[in-house]
Design a protein around this ligand. Structure first.
Ligand SMILES: C[S@@+](CC[C@H](N)C(=O)[O-])C[C@H]1O[C@@H](n2cnc3c(N)ncnc32)[C@H](O)[C@@H]1O
Length: 287
């Protein structure tokens, strides 16, 4: 069997086909919602001879629009989409494995409640704030400039955290800590300042939601081991795979967008240890 695997397709049946307890680390960055923005309009009908609907026995009714539930529906839909996939994620983790769940600040609270139900509240380890400083700034509220990453362990008493391997960062006020400490730098906290993928960088793949390699590198360094299996089932441009290759981890990536597969084919060109499953795209699917 190849060292790494990349699948094209809906992640749910693929996850269901993988063996329980086989994955050391899962990182996912699911899309904001399923894209199906449903607007469920609530109507009330009452009897009215000139009404717009005809009911039993030819009686006419008028419908009155009471309002719409689009907000709740979007979230219900989204959580219903995520839940079976997160249950699979939990099943797939090895006993000391963990999940990093990357999400938008507007969704994170709903997802935290769902993840607490699936993993157990005691398995929640951190909420990492990835802060960046890029793009326009609203003048109507505090400009939101962060994403959230929730970290859950399968077992809160036994999980991988390679404190000594985490790349250290400079102190904010090195003059206050002495030369030796300043030279060593400090461990990052749960608040990570990191630029987005710069427009003209070598790292940029052209995939619109690509996440920085630096973020994935830090996650893999901290919570996986050399040769361990890392899974990303919303893989996009394959950033998790790129970090895994650099750090000597095995990976499984899944995406259902042909453009993502085409970008990964470019990004991993020449890497022979990858098995491409169901990824023979027609020429029109290559961007
Ligand atoms: C926010 S992007 C991930 C970006 C990625 N972290 C990167 O650095 O490029 C989310 C990805 O999930 C994929 N996706 C959405 N629904 C999916 C599903 N049901 N099965 C597999 N992939 C899915 C989308 O095609 C998209 O590429």
């Amino acid at each position: 069997m190849s060292t790494h695997r990349i699948y094209f397709g809906d992640n749910l049946p693929i996850l269901q086909s993988l063996p329980s307890g086989s994955v050391e680390l899962i990182y996912i960055d699911p899309p904001f919602n399923t894209g199906r923005v449903q607007q469920r309009v609530r109507l009330r009908t009452h009897s009215d001879g000139g009404g717009d609907r005809v009911g039993f026995g030819g009686r006419r009714y008028r419908t009155v629009r009471l309002g719409s539930h689009s907000y709740a529906d979007i979230f219900d839909d989204y959580l219903a989409f995520l839940e079976p996939r997160l249950r699979e994620a939990h099943r797939l983790l090895q006993p000391n494995g963990s999940l990093y769940f990357h999400i938008d600040y507007r969704e994170v609270h709903y997802c935290k409640v769902l993840l607490d139900q699936i993993f157990g509240r005691e398995c929640f380890l951190n909420e990492i704030i990835w802060a960046y400083d890029y793009g326009g700034r609203t003048r109507r509220k505090w400009p939101p400039k962060h994403d959230n990453i929730l970290w859950y362990a399968r077992d809160p008493h036994n999980y991988i955290f390679n404190t000594d391997l985490i790349e250290r960062i400079p102190y904010m006020a090195p003059g206050l800590v002495g030369a030796e400490k300043a030279a060593r730098g400090k461990l990052p906290t749960d608040t990570w300042w990191h630029t987005i993928v710069p427009t003209n960088s070598k790292e940029k793949t052209g995939y619109p939601t690509q996440k920085p390699l630096g973020i994935l590198r830090r996650i893999l360094q901290a919570s996986s081991t050399p040769g361990g299996l890392v899974l990303d089932f919303f893989a996009g441009s394959g950033t998790t795979g790129a970090a895994a290759l650099e750090l000597g981890r095995r990976f499984i990536l899944i995406d259902n967008n042909p453009q993502a597969i085409a970008i990964m084919q470019q990004r991993f060109a020449g890497v022979e240890e990858i098995e491409w499953i169901n990824c023979d795209l027609s020429p029109t699917e290559n961007p």
